[in-house]
Design a protein around this ligand. Sequence first.
Ligand SMILES: [Zn+2]
Length: 227
Amino acid sequence: MMEQTMGKRLILLGAPGSGKGTWSKIISDGKGLPHIATGDLFRAELAAETPLGRKVKSFMDHGALVPDELTILLVEKALSDERAANGFVLDGFPRTIPQAEALTEFLEKCGQTIDMVINLIVDESGLIERTLSRLVCIKCGQPYNTMNMMPAVEGTCDYCGGDVVQRSDDTEETLRKRLEAYHASTAPLIDYYKERDLLVAFINDRPPNEEMRSRLFSMIDGVKGEA
Ligand SMILES: [Zn+2]
């Protein structure tokens, strides 16, 4: 079942609600690459009550964005784990140019590079529909949605049995704000990776299906990873 992919280091970019979590998980499962999502990293540090976790919490408690330095530290920690030694799928990072530059520097120090940056393209009405339909496991972060990816038992995670709920910030108003923030800070990343010849576009215009999965996997297999 699992296809072997050596040394693929992938980043998924896309506006909020573009399907980054869903597609990261599909790639992670299909290619045997760890899925590194900043949301999960924050949750794990909070749960473990590490000094980093306490710092993250102090920002989140005040409704502030976790600053780049902290986010970078957490991602570098995850990338240093031996599970990420042969590749990974980064989801939700980098979000800003300083984060991208820190990532490039960190990987250079490890003698590694990013192999491909996948830019998920969706139209805005699709985005709103997708965002309002999405659900998440509050325990493990597994994404679901009411359109085509419901858990087998309604409200219960297939993987960990946690509660599957709609995120309280998944409203049309917060989505509009998130889109503005995305365009201000994350969209320049598209140029950053385009200049480095790493960017590929993936039109995510339908619910995930086998044809889209094969198309994406062919793109990923087409890049030369390190053995
Ligand atoms: Zn779960």
